[in-house]
Ligand binder design. Structure first.
Ligand SMILES: [Zn+2]
Length: 569
């Protein structure tokens, strides 16, 4: 079959690419208006292919600039210049969106087949969704939403938590939170919730304003609540809130009791009278396996690991390390967390992390690398819209790499700890599912009741936490015990309705794990091919194309859970 996209295909080559070479001009309101006027003039003249190609180049450039600005802010949230640049980007973003939406509307009104011959059909479905999420009337709301999210990130990054004679930020707290020493774990949790209690009003206010802004935007766009708009902003075209609710019920029925049993077994094994929330992070009774070395060591080991998994992964990782596309150490003013971003005009991704000596450091090489590899493999797909898939599909690439790395994991944790690492990872995967759906259910209730008070929101969380995570006991750590836990979950503030995506992807990743145990080479091949498909299709179609069962289909969840349970038994 001939390639229908050959004519406008943008080929990006990356030989010897260096991060320091990545640049993109700073757009302005005027430059964007001029660029879009030029594209519209091409369309007026009937030059569809030229117009779409020019638009693609422009979007890659603007996206690269925006990614650089956001990355520099996250790398040093206390840097006034980086913050000013981010503020400027956040203000300009709705202007760019406004132009984009107008062009998408225009293209959707043209001969559909002619456009699809250039961009592929799925892009049109995405645009049909996108155009319902924006009208110029919400431009100011979008700006404020971005600023509130930045404010939340700054507040989180400002945490200076005293624990065991040290002062740490949120990323630095993790080793204490999963310490083998129980009083240290408890102290870490008390320190964490002390910080949230001290800033509770600020966390509540930011969220209250976010919810009301989002609800207001939904109403201005003609939706009853933010839920429908939220789904559309996530570009979900092949499932809805009813499917997700049914899926949450499945997790509650099949996984919550299993995790409850695992927690109860842990309590008994340690001889504790009660299992407290600070005991949950100690998954391995001997202490969670730690990486066998620091940044330099792990990076070298990862190169060996990828060479043993797939040559494509090894080549790509070398490009990443040689080009300086990783920022891994934890610095005091760095934003917490880890992510993968990308520079679309160069076809290169970038990994941001905060090493803290726990097994989470390994995730950089097994999780973020999955995102990066997919993005890299998709760089020459026909058009900007396919560089990343929607998030539930994107997390398949990352979470599957975590389990596909299992046979090689001794390189990262040492031979003696390899089996324990795999066991820990499986237990944490299972335990994650009820938490993930709890976060999702919470957001549905929040946006269905936008007028709820902060106190009512804490009540909602507490009720749902009791439903999905009935073992969770914060003792007398009051702020968390009263339903404040959700405030440390960044996605709830910055990326509404994203969280369920991790659990959907995990369902698929566990299927890859089952397959890899039967035929590793075949599973790895399917994985590499899936990464190359990028965002060319919606979630359930991508899942089916890799021979996986949709998490919404009957039985998909039970099967993987049963396998995991059997291995753990
Ligand atoms: Zn991810």
């Amino acid at each position: 079959m001939g390639h229908p996209f050959a004519h406008t295909r943008q080929t990006v080559d990356t030989p010897g690419m260096k991060f320091s070479d990545i640049t993109a001009p700073t757009p302005t309101t005027e430059s964007l208006a001029a660029a879009y006027a030029q594209i519209n003039a091409e369309l007026d003249a009937g030059a569809l292919k030229t117009a779409i190609a020019a638009w693609d180049t422009l979007r890659r450039s603007v996206e690269t600039w925006s990614a650089l600005v956001h990355l520099r802010f996250e790398q040093d949230t206390a840097n006034a210049e980086a913050k000013a640049a981010r503020d400027y980007a956040d203000e300009l973003n709705p202007v760019a969106t406004s132009h984009e939406i107008a062009l998408k509307r225009r293209l959707l009104a043209l001969d559909r087949q002619a456009v699809a011959a250039i961009t592929g059909n799925h892009a049109l479905r995405l645009w049909e969704t996108d155009v319902t999420t924006f009208e110029p009337v919400i431009q100011g709301d979008l700006e404020q939403e971005a600023k509130l999210t930045a404010k939340y990130t700054e507040l989180l990054s400002s945490a200076k938590i005293p624990v065991a004679g040290e002062i740490v930020n949120l990323s630095g707290l993790a080793p204490f939170a999963q310490s083998l020493d129980r009083p240290t774990r408890e102290a870490a949790m008390r320190g964490l919730w002390g910080f949230f209690a001290a800033n509770g009003a600020a966390f509540d206010d930011i969220f209250d304003e976010l919810v009301k802004r989002r609800h207001g935007m939904a109403q201005k766009l003609g939706f009853e609540t933010y839920i429908e708009l939220g789904y559309r902003r996530m570009r979900r075209v092949d499932y809805g809130a009813t499917d997700v609710a049914r899926y949450r019920d499945q997790i509650h029925t099949h996984v919550t009791p299993l995790v409850g049993k695992i927690m109860e077994a842990r309590r008994k094994a340690h001889g504790w009278e009660k299992l407290y929330a600070w005991d949950e992070a100690l998954t391995d009774p001997l202490g969670n396996p730690k990486p066998a070395g620091g940044e330099t060591y792990l990076t070298a080991q990862a190169q060996k690991m990828f060479a043993n998994m797939a040559p494509e992964l090894a080549d790509f990782f070398e490009t990443m390390t040689q080009g300086g596309f990783l920022d891994l150490d934890n610095r005091p003013t760095k934003a917490p967390g880890g992510f993968c971003t990308s520079f679309a005009n160069a076809g290169m991704p970038y990994i941001f992390a905060n090493f803290n000596g726990t097994h989470h450091d390994i995730d950089v090489f097994t999780h973020e690398m999955g995102h990066a590899f997919q993005n890299f493999r998709s760089k020459n797909l026909p058009g900007f819209d396919y560089l990343w898939p929607t998030m539930e599909s994107a997390e398949i690439h990352s979470m599957s790499l975590e389990v596909l790395a299992f046979p090689q994991i001794a390189l990262m944790v040492g031979d003696a700890a390899a089996d324990r690492y795999r066991r820990m990872h499986l237990i944490e995967s299972l335990a994650f599912l009820p938490y993930g759906v709890c976060v999702d259910h919470f957001q549905h209730e929040i946006y269905a009741n936008p007028q709820a008070t902060p106190a009512q929101r804490h009540e909602i969380w507490k009720r749902l936490e009791r439903k999905y995570l009935p073992w969770r006991d914060f003792g007398d750590v009051e702020y968390a015990a009263k339903g404040g836990y959700w405030q440390k979950q960044m996605h709830i503030y910055g990326s509404p309705f994203y969280y369920i995506d991790y659990t959907l992807a995990l369902c698929c990743a566990l299927q890859f794990w089952v397959k890899s145990r039967q035929n590793y080479a075949a599973a790895m091949r399917d994985y590499v091919v899936l990464c190359g498909r990028g965002g060319q299709a919606p979630f359930q179609a991508l899942v089916a194309s890799a021979g996986l069962i949709s998490p919404f289909a009957p039985g998909a969840l039970e099967a993987v859970v049963a396998d995991a349970e059997a291995v753990l038994a």
